[in-house]
Ligand binder design. Structure first.
Ligand code: ASP
Length: 378
């Protein structure tokens, strides 16, 4: 009998192959596939050589996910390789010359400091190459808002860095991955994308990595920048950039991770009614150097929690007040006296973003005033 692993792998290949064959048949039925085949080979080759080079760094996620069989609800992230993903996107070679590299192949719920640092170092190496115009990073959607912001803060380039994922696995009926990947490559290849820092492209929208958040557990319309809106829209590779403030976003990299082997531990504590200080004490006991509070309202919490955190702040633990509320700001000295307690207010940053920024801030300073100024400028 065929071993289970081999049967599964054959199933994946045949499901993927069937999806791909079906997509290609539909495309040729609609007359798309035939267009460039009539050109002489040398014309095609020189056209290809003039296209921008985009490097796809793959890390896994649902975009590379497979169901055990076509009817199943469940699936496993990170089953297909970067080359499988590229092959599943008809016409991607008309946008750019593509090079793929597998950095990891995990569900983004397992993303960690080690993969972040490995990915950041590859982004900085690849973006230095003269032949590379932009980078696309495939990633699970669950923690894309964290990794993309991390890369935004540590990358040393003004070349576009575009994160992309999907809400449905590659084997799903109506998988959204190929269309999203096509659009991500189009954004990375667009000269106007230069200087925007890291971006997230899914479901026809382009979001700034700094503000984007996942808002829906299953819907393909999940990534939104709640206080701001998208920085652009895209439809089958056609881009409309927005310039709402009249100010061109610039690349805002602030931190250098070239020599880092790890990052300081920062935990998020979720505030609620009847909140006790137990989780705060436990986080510190287990080695947290910083804490982000997903506070109620504008970053508030029980008096018992405030007292415990004030003591921790006096002992050198960095404390950032953010909010569990989806929209709005957390500013200093509102209901909580940050000056007196030694806290930092998160401004526009959600708890996951505040955690990323605090991890990096702690590589430079423990001073709450300096950390506050990093949060003020983001
Ligand atoms: N759990 C998956 C991941 O984040 C979900 C997804 O990619 O949509 O890797």
């Amino acid at each position: 009998m065929e071993p289970v692993a081999e049967r599964k792998s054959r199933m994946k290949t045949s499901i993927f192959g069937a999806t791909l064959a079906c997509a290609l048949t539909l495309l040729s039925l609609n007359g798309y596939a035939a267009t460039s085949d009539s050109k002489p080979t040398d014309t095609k080759q020189s056209e290809q050589a003039n296209k921008p080079k985009i490097v796809i760094l793959a890390t896994g996620g649902t975009i590379a996910g497979a169901q055990a069989n076509p009817e199943s609800y469940g699936y496993k992230s990170g089953e297909f390789s970067v080359n499988d993903l590229i092959k599943a996107v008809p016409g991607i070679d008309k946008l750019a010359r593509i090079e793929g590299e597998q950095v990891a192949n995990i569900g983004s719920q397992d993303m960690n400091n080690e993969v972040w640092l490995k990915l950041a170092k590859r982004v900085n190496e690849v973006s230095k190459r003269d032949d590379v115009a932009g980078i696309v990073i495939t990633h699970g959607t669950d923690t894309m808002e964290e990794t993309s912001y991390f890369i935004d803060l540590v990358s040393k380039t003004d070349k576009p860095i575009v994160f992309v994922g999907s809400m449905r696995p590659a084997t799903a009926v109506s998988a959204d991955g190929p269309g999203n990947l096509y659009n991500a490559v189009a954004v990375a290849a667009d000269p106007k994308a230069k200087g925007h820092g890291a971006m997230v492209v899914l479901n026809d929208s382009i979001q700034d990595a700094r503000y984007v958040t996942k808002t829906n557990t299953t819907n393909v319309e999940t990534f939104r920048s709640l206080n701001r809106g998208p920085i652009g829209l895209i439809d089958t590779g056609k881009i409309k950039w927005f310039d709402i403030t009249g100010e061109k976003p610039v690349h805002r990299s602030k931190f250098d991770i070239a020599d880092r082997k790890d990052l300081p531990r920062v935990d998020i504590i979720y505030a609620h009614s009847n909140m006790s200080p137990d989780l705060i004490n436990s986080a510190i006991k287990n080695g947290a150097k910083g804490l982000v509070i997903a506070g109620v309202g504008d970053g508030n919490m029980s008096q018992a929690a405030i007292d415990t955190l004030a003591k921790a702040a006096k002992n050198g633990i960095a404390v950032v007040r953010s909010t569990r509320v989806a929209e709005g700001l957390v500013l200093r000295n509102n209901e909580v006296n940050d000056d007196k307690e030694g806290f930092v207010a998160s401004s526009e940053f959600t708890p996951p973003k505040a955690r990323v920024l605090l991890q990096l801030a702690l590589t430079q300073t423990k001073d709450p005033k300096k950390i506050q100024s990093l949060f003020n400028t983001g």
